[in-house]
Design a protein around this ligand. Structure first.
Ligand SMILES: [Zn+2]
Length: 433
């Protein structure tokens, strides 16, 4: 079969432009060969008529935990890898069918899952993993309940069985953990630099890791050619991380002017994650959050939209992340609508495509409909630039192309035939990176 596909009659959102244009897109192999081409009548080209539907770059979720099976987090971190992997594989399939062709995992997913993807044992989006994140003792990644007498052994909480976090203190321990994750192929290093909502013993406003520890992590990651991303809620944590060379601030929910200025001065990115907040407000109690967790949640929620507003006012590039855990998985689409009090639909779609690609340092390949980019594309029913709520429902993602291969098709490319078919699940899409 020809490896040339001409996607005809689409309305193209290219990931950046505020103009949606009627253009044809030619895919050869796994890359976009041309945009806006005239059909030259080449008999060797397979033609797919999009009938005026929206064609856009495959979505990128910039903050996921595909191994995040359950809450409280200690139950997930101490579960067996065989279960965590099965859960992750299911999440990856589901996200790909929802139009997400890349995932940036911020704690949990690792080299084994990436290998399974690369070898075609399982199917899913491109995976950019952090391996195990780094937390100080008693920090946001230390999952031990306050009254629980579990030792930290060799940097792992829970007697050496923690799948999500290194619990490390001191510069040399931090360096060793970073180097180990880089050895295991981590695409970025994740550190916990402030208190968090779901952790059991850390005040939300606590500043975590010392300056020398953060700078050591940044030095190691930079020497390797990558970067550090830091979980931060309070403005004080955001400001110092930006100053110490952290490249991406995860959540960034309680920004103030001084922190925003520090981000601008240092070229720091933000990765807002609102979906989880909405789900926890609705269902947090049933998910097991205690009074202290709920209090922290309310504080964060009271500031999150103002913080996003401040990011936009300062033109700080803001990505798109969901950060869902446990039973909250499945609510990823709400990230699109949770941003509406602040963002235009165009801003939200840019965040989920071109901005996230930039955060991944893969702007040349991902998040753009442009000649030379990888052919990760989706076709959407309706006009999300008018009504972003369309993106909440995965059924509106009519077609998904990953690496030049159509992996989901609701009767567009092959009328009367719907993907995924059983054959698809055996095919390797070669996406283990
Ligand atoms: Zn997270």
């Amino acid at each position: 079969m020809s490896d040339k596909i001409l996607l005809l009659n689409g309305r193209v959102f290219d990931g950046v432009s505020d103009q949606v244009r009627r253009q044809d897109v030619l895919v050869i192999g796994n890359r976009i060969a041309a945009v806006g081409v005239a059909d030259v009548g080449d008999a060797d080209i397979r033609r797919v008529d999009l009938g005026g539907r929206l064609l856009m770059p495959g979505l990128i979720d910039g903050h996921v935990h595909i191994c995040g099976t359950e809450l409280p987090i200690i139950n997930a971190t101490s579960s067996h890898w065989s279960y965590l992997s099965a859960f992750a594989f299911r999440q990856m399939e589901r996200r790909l069918m929802s139009g997400f062709t890349s995932l940036r995992d911020m704690g949990g997913a690792n080299v084994g899952i990436a290998r399974a993807l690369r070898e075609g044992l399982v199917t899913g989006p491109r995976l950019f993993y952090s391996g195990k994140l780094l937390s100080q003792t008693g920090g946001h990644g230390d999952a031990r309940p306050r009254d629980n007498d579990i030792a930290v052994v060799l940097g792992n909480c829970c007697s050496g069985s923690d799948k999500f976090a290194w619990v490390v203190d001191g510069v040399s321990a931090v360096r060793r953990a970073v180097r180990e994750e880089l050895r295991l192929g981590a695409h970025q290093i994740k550190i916990m630099a402030s208190g968090g909502i779901l952790s059991p013993t850390d005040p939300l406003h606590s500043l975590q890791f010392s300056e020398s520890e953060i700078r050591a992590a940044v030095e190691e990651a930079t020497n390797h050619g990558t970067y550090v991303s830091a979980h931060c809620h309070p403005a004080g944590a955001i400001r110092r991380c930006a100053e110490y060379g952290v490249r991406v601030i995860e959540h960034a929910t309680m920004l103030d002017e001084a922190a925003a200025e520090a981000m601008v001065a240092n070229g720091t990115y933000a990765m807002p994650t609102l979906a989880l907040l909405g789900v926890l407000m609705r269902e947090g109690r049933q998910m097991g959050l205690d009074d202290a967790n709920m209090e922290k949640l309310h504080l964060v929620v009271s500031r999150a939209h103002d913080s996003l507003r401040l990011l936009r006012r300062h033109n700080i590039p803001a990505g798109f992340g969901t950060d869902l855990f446990g039973k909250a998985h499945g609510n990823e689409g709400s990230e699109f609508t949770q941003r509406l009090p602040v963002d235009r639909p165009l801003d939200i779609l840019r965040s989920a495509t071109a901005v996230n690609a930039d955060i991944l340092k893969r702007s040349q390949d991902l998040g753009h409909v442009a000649p030379g980019a990888l052919a990760d594309l989706i076709i959407v029913e309706g006009d999300p630039l008018e009504d972003i709520a369309i993106m909440e429902n995965p059924d509106n993602i009519a077609l998904v192309m990953l690496d030049g291969v159509i992996v989901k098709d609701r009767g567009i490319a092959m009328p009367g035939e719907h993907l995924p078919r059983p054959k698809f699940w055996q095919a390797s899409a070669g996406t283990g990176f």
